[in-house]
Design a protein around this ligand. Structure first.
Ligand SMILES: C[S@@+](CC[C@H](N)C(=O)[O-])C[C@H]1O[C@@H](n2cnc3c(N)ncnc32)[C@H](O)[C@@H]1O
Length: 249
């Protein structure tokens, strides 16, 4: 089964707490951290809060009790058990159970790429944000997630590109399209997500009424070298995720 966040919730939480998820520890969360504002006294929504670990990151920036929503019942149960000062609820990011203009800050890590209709999510976030509110989130970068896996010299290799001089050309990956991909991880978990170019998200955010104030293509941080130098080499040169900061004017 794909996207079975209930089945893998406990394992994901254990790995996140131990820092075993390298994309979170060395790529995505450091990029988010660099852009987080002062969150003291802000009303905060976590979109796709999983098992709740990201609440600790936001607390470092002064955040008090916050609300998280996630589609996975088991993730929400674990989040409430582990971080009782916050409130985690089962809900779908396409239809948020909140009044208009409720939040100052909406945070979302690695969740919006599970939507085949991100414009609906952006419009919902726009609705629940107060005027002047900020939306900070990450999605998958096509360079990493829309490249094609092929064998080169019997080594599984990710390739984004095309042959020159061939008619028709052999194409590897799809940078510009908006397409669905399945990826099976070493844990056995298969995730199905939608990947499009950063410019597509930029356009959809504007269509939803946002002003994009920051945009970052992630790079693995230097500390990665101490744990996995080859992971560092790959993901300091090739972006895995995109961070957007967008404002409701
Ligand atoms: C990769 S996890 C990220 C969890 C957390 N944000 C983190 O960074 O650790 C993606 C989360 O998105 C949730 N999710 C997927 N589709 C969703 C939807 N339509 N509405 C709300 N949550 C959703 C999944 O249940 C899962 O917990």
């Amino acid at each position: 089964m794909v996207n079975d966040y209930d089945q893998y919730a406990a394992q994901r939480q254990k790995e996140l707490k131990k820092g075993e998820k390298l994309p979170h520890r060395f790529v995505e969360k450091p990029a988010m951290r660099k852009l987080l504002p002062n969150l003291k006294d802000k009303k905060i929504l976590l979109l796709g809060s999983g098992t709740g670990e990201e609440s600790m990151l936001l607390e470092e920036f002064g955040a008090g009790p916050m609300v998280g929503i996630d589609l996975s019942k088991e993730s929400v149960r674990l989040a409430n058990e582990s971080y009782p000062k916050h409130e985690f609820r089962v809900a779908d990011m396409h239809k948020l159970p909140f009044d208009d203009s409720t939040f100052d800050f909406v945070y979302s890590s690695l969740t919006i790429h599970y939507s085949s209709t991100p414009i609906e999510v952006y419009k919902e976030v726009m609705r629940v944000l107060k005027p002047g509110g900020v939306f900070q989130f990450t999605v998958a970068h096509p360079m990493r997630w829309a490249s094609e896996r092929i064998m080169i010299n019997e080594v599984p290799t990710k390739v984004m590109g095309y042959t020159e001089g061939d008619r028709p050309p052999r194409l590897y990956g799809n940078y510009s399209g908006f397409q669905v991909y399945d990826e099976t991880f070493s844990s056995g978990e298969t995730l199905r997500f939608w990947v499009g170019p950063p410019s597509m998200h930029f356009g959809l955010l504007r269509q939803a009424g946002f002003v994009v104030t920051d945009f970052v293509e992630t790079k693995a941080v230097e500390e990665t070298k101490q744990v996995d130098e080859y992971y560092f080499e790959r993901f300091s040169r090739f972006p895995q995720f995109v961070v957007f900061v967008a404002k409701k004017s």
